[in-house]
Write a protein that binds this ligand. Structure first.
Ligand SMILES: Cc1cc2nc3c(=O)[nH]c(=O)nc-3n(C[C@H](O)[C@H](O)[C@H](O)COP(=O)(O)O)c2cc1C
Length: 202
């Protein structure tokens, strides 16, 4: 059987979600998957980006990460989406990419894949679950198989979010617990996708 293919598509302004995405790459690769990491294009005006030096710096530091394409979705068995919380919702930069997927959706190409999501917000009650659930609304439209981390590993009892890995950015960069939760989330998505793939090729 082919290895499981994972596209990790995210947006990050100041690096927190980027760190979670990198950890998800590690988890997926350790589970034997082939992984593509893709960062959604910046759509904010340059003046807005420049108004926060850490935003401008992160944009520069991640310039070499490819932009997502429709092929990244078509290719993947597993799609992991990551976004900062924006007023309790996904960032428009990620949504802008998601809203280019109409042709794939229409052909049914987005159905039957495994989907899962992760996020960061400034505060603990700043909308992490609502952001992940908002992404899940789209997974339903795509006919996706949503694989949340739940409490399927001891790390989940420390990280505490069964909907998807989430990090409180107001407390600093993601630490060991959030990074391990992101690895676990990706690993679990790969394991479920591998079982589906084996079943479909049997
Ligand atoms: C326009 C805007 C809206 C935001 N809305 C929220 C919010 O609703 N709740 C919250 O806790 N943080 C909010 N934040 C803070 C971001 O979620 C936080 O900076 C982000 O998670 C950091 O992730 P990043 O480093 O990957 O960009 C907002 C930030 C911006 C710029």
């Amino acid at each position: 059987m082919d290895s499981v293919k994972v596209s990790i598509i995210y947006y990050s302004a100041t690096g927190n979600v980027h760190a979670l995405a990198r950890a998800a790459v590690e988890g997926a690769e350790k589970a034997g998957a082939e992984v593509r990491l893709r960062k959604a294009a910046e759509t904010a005006p340059q003046e807005a980006v420049n108004s926060r030096p850490e935003w401008a710096q992160h944009l520069k530091d991640t310039a070499d990460i490819p932009r997502p394409s429709l092929d990244d979705l078509e290719w993947a068995d597993v799609v992991l989406l990551g976004t900062p919380t924006r007023f309790g919702n996904p960032a428009s930069q990620l949504r802008a990419f998601m809203e280019t997927t109409g042709p794939l959706w229409f052909r049914g190409e987005l159905a039957g894949k495994v989907y899962s999501a992760f996020t960061a917000s400034n505060t603990a009650h700043g909308g992490q679950e609502s952001t992940i659930l908002a992404l899940a609304n789209t997974f339903y439209h795509w006919g996706g198989i949503i694989v949340p981390p739940g409490y399927t590993d001891p790390i989940q009892f420390k990280s505490g979010n069964p909907y998807g890995t989430s990090h409180v950015a107001g407390e600093g960069a993601p630490g060991d617990v959030a990074l391990e939760a992101a690895r676990h989330q990706a690993r679990r998505a790969v394991e479920i996708a591998a079982a589906l793939k084996a079943g479909r090729t049997a």
